[in-house]
Design a protein around this ligand. Structure first.
Ligand SMILES: *[C@@H]1O[C@H](CO)[C@@H](O)[C@H](O)[C@H]1NC(C)=O
Ligand SMILES: *[C@@H]1O[C@H](CO)[C@@H](O)[C@H](O)[C@H]1NC(C)=O
Ligand SMILES: *[C@@H]1O[C@H](CO)[C@@H](O)[C@H](O)[C@H]1NC(C)=O
Ligand SMILES: *[C@@H]1O[C@H](CO)[C@@H](O)[C@H](O)[C@H]1NC(C)=O
Ligand SMILES: *[C@H]1O[C@H](CO)[C@@H](O)[C@H](O)[C@H]1NC(C)=O
Length: 405
């Protein structure tokens, strides 16, 4: 009996160990087969938040602030909500920005190459599930739910469509190693199915394809796509249920300038008196996780999410204090245009994952997720996270993490 339980556990262990790189087929017949059999699910929940009950995050690509705010469709959208004029990306190129937004760091990443982040690194997904908050990703033109491959091109014209580098959840093995998590990484077609059946989750990350998001095109295409997507939803009661929508960009296009991007908040969760206003508070991609933790009273990752400013309209309701950049280095001297060293940097330097800050966050309103504490307690890795909002960049790296070039 004992030995059969042990062998079942071993079997489960070996299946789980492969889950993160099983679903990669792109040949036409395999895609058809996978599309027919891939597990897809639409769990729902109704956990009340302090400022919103649903969050939809939409990321567009590579656009300077002035270009974004000058686009007529994005300007139209901004007029329906709050413009975030002090929102910053964290480095270049794309991929590290995406992984930072859910992981609280980019761990030195300086590339868009195929990456699997170690299983022991947690993300916002762990924070949400801990409190029973449903989530999903909607990745336009992902060939089937839970696809783990590097990319999938348009089958008619061979152009780029889906890319893994714009899918933050799948890049972390803590998500890709779990079948039930793969089942909620879906394509945009299934967004409309979930809308129709009123099974949209409470947290969702939406990535348009490489044409729609402006990556292979320009901000005019991205702005048009965004307006076409959101215009009907703004009046759709199946979507607007105390919903907040964040539209922003992964990074600025001009690498030689400060990596500031436009952010727009819309939705029926935006208080009427704030519609059409500009919020110039300092934010960065870590504010996305901070805002989610504040809204639903979640734990934290113990990384840069802890110090990041919570979006003001949410902070107004949660009591989180908004701070201005006050670091050793002037904000104007921070370009956030290159990466410090770290585990995911491919140019050398210190390869060690830093430990979440488990002991030095006095003054933080929230505590680190217990499972993160269990995983990292006693680990002698360096810690560079604080309760401050000031984050490093390649030219101002954390101690011990100077880039090697
Ligand atoms: C979307 O995903 C579903 C489920 O895996 C699949 O059946 C469908 O073919 C996909 N749609 C597109 C447009 O790729
Ligand atoms: C990208 O998505 C749009 C619709 O949002 C679609 O028209 C287009 O065919 C897709 N792919 C490419 C390569 O344009
Ligand atoms: C970042 O911006 C600074 C200031 O313009 C510039 O000197 C540096 O070369 C830029 N770094 C990269 C990697 O583009
Ligand atoms: C996380 O995994 C990496 C690689 O497997 C390992 O080097 C590191 O020690 C692990 N950290 C913890 C806290 O388990
Ligand atoms: C990115 O591009 C804009 C140009 O619109 C430039 O002003 C800015 O310095 C760069 N980053 C920012 C900060 O918008």
């Amino acid at each position: 009996m004992r030995s059969s339980i042990a062998s079942i556990i071993l079997l489960v262990g070996s299946v789980a160990a492969q889950t993160e790189n099983t679903y990669t087929a792109t040949a036409t017949r395999s895609v058809a087969a996978a599309a027919a059999t891939a597990k897809t699910s639409s769990p729902t929940s109704n956990v009340k938040g302090k400022a919103f009950d649903r969050l939809a995050i939409i990321w567009l690509e590579n656009t300077d602030y002035d270009m974004a705010s000058g686009d007529p469709n994005l300007a139209w959208l901004a007029g329906k909500g709050i413009t975030l004029s002090g929102y910053h990306a964290v480095t270049h190129p794309s991929q590290p920005n995406y992984i930072a937004s859910i992981g609280g760091d980019y761990f030195g990443m300086n590339h868009d190459d195929f990456t699997q982040v170690d299983k022991n690194v947690s993300t916002v997904i762990d924070l949400l599930e801990d409190k029973g908050i449903s989530w999903a990703e909607y990745q336009e033109d992902m060939p089937y739910s839970g696809f783990e491959g590097f990319s999938y091109v348009n089958q008619q014209n061979g152009k780029n469509d889906y890319v893994r580098k714009h899918n933050p959840a799948v890049t972390y093995d803590s998500n890709a190693g779990v079948v039930d998590r793969l089942a909620v990484m879906k394509n945009l077609t299934l967004f409309y199915d979930d809308l129709e059946s009123e099974t949209l989750p409470q947290w969702m990350f939406i990535t348009p394809n490489m044409t729609s998001d402006g990556h292979d095109t320009d901000v005019t295409v991205a702005g048009t796509w965004t307006r076409n997507f959101l215009d009907p939803l703004l009046d759709d009661a199946r979507f607007m249920q105390n919903t907040l929508v964040l539209v922003t960009f992964d990074e600025n296009e001009s690498y030689s300038q400060q990596n500031r991007v436009m952010g727009i908040l819309v939705g029926d969760a935006v208080p009427a008196e704030l519609v059409g206003t500009v919020d110039d508070t300092y934010y960065n991609h870590y504010s996305e996780a901070a805002t989610v933790s504040a809204n639903w009273d979640l734990h934290t990752l113990g990384r840069f999410d802890v110090g990041a400013n919570v979006f003001r309209m949410v902070a107004d309701k949660t009591g989180d204090e908004l701070r201005a950049w006050a670091g050793e280095f002037e904000l104007a001297d921070m370009y956030f245009n290159s990466s410090y060293a770290g585990a995911l940097n491919d140019e050398g330097g210190n390869k060690r994952f830093p430990r979440p800050n488990l002991d030095g966050l006095a003054g933080s309103k929230r505590t680190v997720l217990p499972s993160i504490r269990d995983a990292w307690e006693g680990n002698p890795a360096p810690v560079y996270y604080t309760t401050g909002l000031e984050t490093p960049d390649g030219q101002h790296p954390p101690a011990g993490y100077a880039p090697s070039t």
